[in-house]
Design a protein around this ligand. Sequence first.
Ligand SMILES: [Zn+2]
Length: 491
Amino acid sequence: MPIKLFDTLTREILPLEPTSPAEPFRMYCCGPTVYGPAHIGNFRTFILQDVLRRALELQLGKQNVIHARNITDVDDKTIRRSGEEGLKLSAFTQKWTDKFHADCEALNLRPPAFEPRATDTIAQQAALIEKIMENGHAYQGKDGSIYFRLSSYKNYGALSHLNRDELKTQDTNSAGQANDADEYVRDNVGDFALWKARKPEDGDNFWPGPRVNGQPVEGRPGWHIECSAMIDDVFQGKTIDLHGGGVDLCFPHHENELAQSMCAHPHDCGYRFVRHWFHSTHLLVDGKKMSKSLGNLYTLDDLKQKGFSPTAVRYALIAGHYKKQLNFTLEGVAAAQTALEKIRHGLSQALKEFNAPLDFSKLIAESAQNETTSLLCNNESFFWKAFTDDLNTPKVLGELFIALGQLKENPSVDLIKQIAFACYGLGIDPFADADEKAPAQIPEDVAALGAQRWQAKQDKNWPEADRLRDELATKGFKSLDRKDGYEIVPL
Ligand SMILES: [Zn+2]
């Protein structure tokens, strides 16, 4: 049963499969612009893409999915901020690329197979722009920059479902005032910059670009052309099976990528740029749009400082469906942390039933192996059904709690393996960065102290219970008490 996913262009839920069974599934996601720490809205998109990639790997086999995600390391913001810090652009963007990688690792995002950087593919971008110009879809404006001629591409607006009659498109007559911003709104559509001619404020950050009349135009790329060129470079000009990004990238970024890439090819060659467009919806924080001025723009570090684990943050970010607006709140992350504790507790109880201690994290890792996959990834699995149902992550989490209920009634290794499989797909290891570890790691003397303390509590011998609590603490453990029992966990 293949994964079915909503496609932005056709507005249909369609199965995800490679172009042909002999080919890998080619997946490209727009990556971060590295001028500061990514915020949780960015990470929600990357985490959902990671879940999708994991599910695709379960469906097709790990080696049959190629995931590329770029690094945008040149634009107005990176140039301005590196100047303010007195750093070379490359040193500045490397610093924030490293930070991005560290956050990704903490959030259990698997690194992409390819991670091209915009500044490493300037030559490919220039070549692509030359092709677009040759095909009559671009021109040099009076300011020296090279613009895409919107009126030359009749399908412009199809992806973001713009009404073409409403487009206020410019033509070459207004080229001098053409729009060289990378981001703009739907009612301000105009010819957009493929290549920005060198300006004094760019400092040393310019490259020899596409040639016009045999002469390279010095400057730097527009944002949109970077992705078109990197996709061609990584996937050797082949159609990609899926292109992903946050919904804010649909227009103008993806619309422009699509126009450029189509216009770099002859009209009648039957070329297709992307088979499936995957956009995840915006995040609200405390019911409002995230913004610096509202003070609700959280980074992973902000949340870690508030005592939340990266696993809880990941959990909170996938607790809503990717097509629905998720309202992120601190209460929501706290609830995710509690949910993770419940999962750990349920699993710990069940794992205790088996004489040989089962390592749940190892079971998760094994879920990704093909022989296990064929066993689990079938039509019988409720987890798999939820994954394939338009990447329904909240449903997978719901099924997980149903399974935990069943596990309490009837502990079975098969069911534990099924849960491990769901955890692999979601990228959530309940034991990963928790205070608690799996039960097998509690030393015997500590377990004995825990039992004595519980007994003292049952006997209402409070001073003794307190004394034993302190003794547990000196050994680095504490007891989590519940109505019907307790659990010893590291402090
Ligand atoms: Zn992009």
